[in-house]
Design a binder for this molecule. Structure first.
Ligand code: HEC
Ligand code: HEC
Length: 193
């Protein structure tokens, strides 16, 4: 009788232990899945540039084209662009003075030379000290990253039209992600490097 009780007790102990251990293993797995989920939901760590966080900017500078993130060009470029909005790539993009000042300040404060995001830093590294390109698409970094895409695809595909049309190919550009896994070229499909 004593032996049976001991056996039952030992068995019960083993069972409890394995439940606790199994539970731990389960919790651990959940933690990993959580991390992976965070990675996929664009935590700032894996963003290429900081997302736009100024509603006036999105409204005014996103009405004709994608609202390019300030971290895609240096301060010098933004000052040149904002100083001549009347002659903006053959368009008149003039703003009321207050708004122009506000948006210039926003662009300058968040420009590529003041950003720690990885693409901003690489864009800066591809420029000479005094370079102030009016286009992101003219920076050496941009040209190098896109030189395998035939220009005729860009030009002849209605949904693209121009390399300046970032969102045509970068499905998560608005979030600040230009990851090559999120690239889908209209009429061409996923980009396999
Ligand atoms: C009235 C329409 C219009 C408005 C408003 C406008 N833009 Fe543009 N922008 C254009 C056009 C057109 C181009 C040239 C696009 C192309 O070549 O495909 C352009 C190009 C640009 C480019 C260069 C893109 C490249 O090729 O790298 C930048 C940067 C830019 N705009 C910034 C701004 C900012 C900042 C504002 C807000 C102050 C603004 N734009 C508002 C029409 C506009
Ligand atoms: C015709 C489609 C297309 C357009 C338009 C386009 N891109 Fe890209 N972009 C690509 C492809 C494809 C790649 C991946 C290149 C490679 O590494 O093979 C890429 C890569 C990039 C990268 C590097 C990402 C990485 O993980 O290495 C950045 C940053 C980027 N693009 C920004 C832009 C910006 C900003 C614009 C708009 C001014 C733009 N792109 C317009 C297709 C496009």
């Amino acid at each position: 009788m004593k032996i049976i009780i001991t056996t039952v007790a030992v068995f019960a102990l083993l069972l409890t232990t394995s439940i606790i251990m199994g539970g731990n293993r389960f919790n651990h797995k959940e933690e990993n899945e959580h991390e992976e989920h965070e990675y996929k939901s664009y935590s700032s760590r894996n963003l290429d540039v900081a997302a736009v966080n100024n509603a006036n900017y999105t409204e005014e500078c996103g009405s004709c084209h994608f609202a390019y993130q300030p971290g895609l060009l240096p301060e010098k470029s933004w000052l040149k662009i904002m100083g001549d909005l009347e002659n903006h790539f053959d368009e008149n993009a003039e703003l009321e003075v207050d708004l122009q000042n506000e948006l210039t300040q926003y662009l300058v404060q968040n420009s590529a030379d003041k950003s720690n995001y990885k693409r901003s830093k690489r864009i800066m590294r591809s420029l000479g000290r005094s370079d102030a390109p009016l286009r992101i698409t003219k920076t050496l970094y941009f040209v190098r990253k896109h030189d395998e895409i035939p220009y005729r695809i860009v030009k002849n595909t209605k949904e693209i039209g121009s390399f300046s049309n970032c969102t045509a190919c970068h499905t998560n550009a608005e979030k600040g992600s230009f990851n090559e896994h999120d690239v889908k070229i209209p009429g061409y499909g996923r980009w396999e490097d």
